[in-house]
Design a protein around this ligand. Structure first.
Ligand code: PLP
Length: 449
């Protein structure tokens, strides 16, 4: 047995990296053990939407923990989960009124995948529709089912994946896979869904899953304004469910309660997690259309997907406090207003750097993509790992961004994500831009030598 203060027995995600030790958080800032302050400009992983140590959430947590922290869904319901379900039903679009609770984003997308399959089984009495189509440059979670839907480098070490799931073109306007410009295109990336459905056979496809604004795999890719309308029509035509993966975008991140609303489209299911409990307690959910729920109810009457922590009263009480704070403090609006201010400033101050290819995003979800050649958009060689180097430089300037996931396979660009807490003010946005400019200048020197 190994121990002692000099030993570190944590199995870290990156075994060769040294991690900073966090001590405490306050508002949009995190402090390390040496008292250094960092702006949490990515809310961890687009999670801490209310910032750190929010008094209202802490009060709700404490009160619920004193009453009862855990009761299992096999026997119990509770006040907090019923209150949360009513609250979410009042906010979600259309007839998305039923809330299935799990403990995180991957559990939510796995649950949606199983629900989609079971929906057709309950409805038609046969199991033929079993696959889910997703996009390249997408991320839907790290469990094997979720990874089968995911379309980025995270899949590589785990092939063959559990399921032979087809992928379609990403809605990646900066590097349009069809060589078009957003202003004049025919939204070919949305039409690609129909091509793949025809190729694979609609009778094998249960659902199409997509992030309304792409996150971890692409650095805030915002699809064409008509993208989801076309996708919705295709799904309806071929009798395929549309799942909006709002694990990152849900609950205000992009300046709408749910990002898909800005496209004027109602999906059949929404996956949520992260911002729903804002990092105070693990939580994930699938928000389900009444019709799907009724099909289950009138069919076998059961959905077998229990996870031990799913529907625990503590996380539910936290989520109620988080969502009520979002509404009462008008933080979704803040996300929209400060988000567009921040995007404008980032474009103004960062785009002049010779290596900044694209600055994009919606609300408080922004991405920066760096390139070797601005005119041709040629990426840097993958082996240089420059997005990671840039994010490390930014940390030296007191800013934490979501590490770039691109360019390890030569297909993705080098990018990183910005997703500050939704409580950020314009003054703090200015502070963020200033620190980033200083970090970019240092990075510029280091790569130009
Ligand atoms: N789906 C999306 C869109 C995500 O961004 C993530 C996490 O980043 C997940 C699913 C997986 O969520 P979790 O890490 O909570 O399992």
């Amino acid at each position: 047995m190994q121990g002692g203060s000099e030993m570190d027995n944590v199995f870290y995600r990156n075994l060769t990296k040294t991690y900073l030790e966090v001590d405490y958080g306050e508002g949009i800032y995190l402090y390390d053990k040496d008292g250094n302050r960092y702006m949490d400009a990515c809310s961890g992983a687009a999670v801490s939407n209310l910032g750190h140590a929010h008094p209202r959430v802490i009060r709700a947590m404490t009160e619920q923990a004193q009453k009862v922290a855990f009761s299992h869904l096999s026997r119990w319901t509770s006040g907090p989960i019923k209150e949360l379900a009513d609250l979410v039903a009042s906010l979600a679009p259309g007839s998305l009124n039923k809330l299935y609770l799990v403990s995180g984003g991957s559990e939510a997308t796995e649950a949606a995948l199983k629900m989609a399959r079971q929906y057709y089984l309950e409805r038609d009495g046969k199991t033929g529709k079993y696959r889910v189509i997703s996009r390249w440059k997408s991320f839907h979670g790290n469990t094997i089912g979720a990874l089968s839907m995911t379309g980025d480098k995270r899949r590589k070490k785990y092939t063959p994946l559990l399921l032979n799931f087809p992928h379609v073109a990403p809605a990646y306007c900066y590097r349009c896979p069809f060589g078009k410009e957003q202003e004049t295109c025919a939204v070919e990336c949305a039409l690609d869904l129909e091509r793949v459905i025809k190729l694979e056979g609609a009778d094998t496809i249960a659902a199409f899953i997509a992030e309304p604004v792409g996150g971890a795999a692409c650095g805030a890719i915002v699809p064409h304004k008509d993208y989801f309308k076309i996708v919705r029509e295709i799904c309806d035509h071929y009798d395929i469910l549309l799942i909006a993966d709002e694990v990152m975008t849900g609950f205000g991140r992009t300046g709408a309660m749910f990002a898909i609303e800005d496209y004027g489209v109602i999906p059949d299911m929404i996956c949520a997690a992260k911002g729903m409990s804002a990092g105070y307690s693990p939580l994930g959910a699938v928000i389900v259309k009444d019709e799907i729920y009724e099909t289950f109810k009138q069919g076998s009457g059961i959905f077998v997907h229990g996870h031990t922590y799913g529907g625990n009263p503590l996380s539910a009480a936290v989520a109620v406090a988080v969502i009520r704070t979002l509404i009462e403090d008008k933080l979704v609006e803040n996300s929209r207003v400060v988000g567009s201010y921040l995007l404008e400033k980032l474009r103004e101050k960062l785009q002049p750097f010779w290596f900044v290819g694209d600055v994009r995003g919606k609300g408080l979800m922004q991405g920066v993509e760096i390139v070797k050649n601005k005119a041709t958009k040629e990426p840097f060689p993958a082996a240089l790992g420059l997005a990671e180097k840039l994010t490390v430089t930014l940390m030296k300037h007191g800013v934490v961004v979501y590490p770039g996931s691109g360019n390890a396979d030569g297909e993705n660009g080098d990018q990183f994500l910005l997703a500050p807490p939704l409580i950020i003010t314009k003054e703090q946005a200015d502070e963020l831009v200033e620190a980033m400019v200083a970090g970019f200048a240092e990075f510029d020197k280091s790569i130009s030598q």
